[in-house]
Ligand binder design. Structure first.
Ligand code: FAD
Length: 338
């Protein structure tokens, strides 16, 4: 299937919608206005003037710098174009399409790490053999984002850079202990994933000067397993009511290492450190361990009531269900991975 065609098609459809919205001021045909209406001021044009396809990282960073804060990176456009259309972003002159930069399209084993380029569509990540093997939680999360059309163009880099605390791919990356590679005019640096978030929808990245290159995940060959699960509204296609991801490594019959996270569980993503500490050296199947973990959930996560999705009480209830599901699944997968 020609993915670049679908990508172009998605952008085209959104642009058409933006154009369509603009025409709402036009009078319906056949209806004569009773009196002359003074001409209305057109709203500021939110559309970009230039759409660039840099072919290298250096070219991309340079183009951002030359735009003096009036350019933004774009990948699948599934978040950004809607935000521009709805006026949630200051207008930009230039969109910099990062999908043709080679480094952002690599998905490969690099020593003891798996590197996943920021511009790889989540549908490709969900189908990737090494991701399913070493980062099962990420394959599960990416496979549930949107529908097939969205998954064909939406990227993991966009999912992280948008900085929403419940983004599915991002939550899985946190549990998998991912580090991010960031390119700026000063070069490329590697940073912990959790350092990229300032608030809901607010990235610590300066998107007018920095580009996410990709993510490195530690590869553990034996005794490790991970799992992701989420609950959506039945008709929902966007963000979940609650999602959760876990990665763990077992030594014999006990947990040796574990990372657990859930979203949205605060203004920025966070790990359930109290549960992680409690689980060290224990088996989740031992009587009382799961219920003790569940009792610690309110100390780890600050679930909120959101009018469009769920009450805090409902989310706490769901978190117990999801915790049991992901923990026992990852535990079993770790046993099989020997
Ligand atoms: C119908 C629909 C359903 C959806 N369902 C889900 C869902 O179930 N789960 C979920 O988590 N999300 C969902 N989303 C949200 C969205 O698809 C994802 O967040 C997606 O991964 C964003 O990636 P993108 O490539 O489209 O980002 P874009 O829209 O291109 O960009 C998003 C932001 O990231 C920045 N950006 C993009 N790439 C880079 C880069 N390499 N470096 C720096 N900045 C960058 C852009 O400047 C922008 O600020 C849905 C969206 C739609 C429209």
């Amino acid at each position: 299937m020609n993915i670049s065609f679908l990508r172009g098609g998605f952008l085209f459809i959104i642009k058409l919608q933006i154009g369509g919205r603009r025409s709402v001021h036009a009078p319906a045909s056949g209806v004569k206005p009773e009196r002359k209406v003074p001409p209305q001021k057109e709203p500021a044009d939110p559309m970009w003037k230039r759409y660039l396809f840099p072919e290298s990282l250096q070219e991309a960073v340079q183009a951002l710098g030359e735009a003096h804060g009036r350019a933004l990176p774009v990948a699948g456009g599934t978040d950004l174009l809607l935000e521009i259309q709805q006026g949630h972003r200051p207008p930009v002159d230039t969109l910099l399409d990062v999908t043709r930069i080679p480094e952002l399209n690599r998905l490969e084993r690099q020593g003891n790490a798996l590197f996943i380029g920021a511009a790889i569509p989540v549908g490709r990540i969900a189908a990737s053999e090494p991701v399913n093997r070493f980062a099962t939680a990420l394959a599960e999360a990416c496979g549930q984002i949107g529908g097939p059309q969205v998954r064909n163009v939406a990227t993991l880099g966009g999912n992280v850079a948008h900085a929403l605390p419940a983004a599915d791919g991002m939550i899985a990356l946190v549990a998998l202990g991912a580090e991010a590679w960031v390119a700026s005019p000063d070069g490329v640096r590697q940073v912990p994933l959790l350092s990229l978030f300032r608030g809901p929808g607010v990235s610590a990245l300066d998107l007018t000067h920095e580009i996410l290159v990709g993510f490195s995940l530690p590869v553990v060959e034996q005794g490790a397993g991970s799992a992701f699960a989420r609950v959506m509204r039945p008709q929902g296609v966007a963000l979940p009511i609650l999602n959760m991801a876990v990665w763990l490594r077992r030594e014999g019959n006990v947990v040796a290492e574990v990372r657990l996270t859930a979203g949205p569980s605060g203004s920025t993503p966070r790990r359930a450190e109290k549960i992680e500490e409690f689980l060290q050296g224990k088996t989740p199947l031992e009587e009382g361990v799961l219920s003790a973990c569940k009792a610690l959930l309110p100390q780890c996560f600050a679930f909120r009531t959101s009018p469009a999705r769920a009450t805090a009480e409902y989310r706490y209830h769901l978190s117990e269900v999801l915790l049991e599901k992901v923990l026992l699944t990852a535990w079993k997968r770790a046993e099989e991975c020997v």
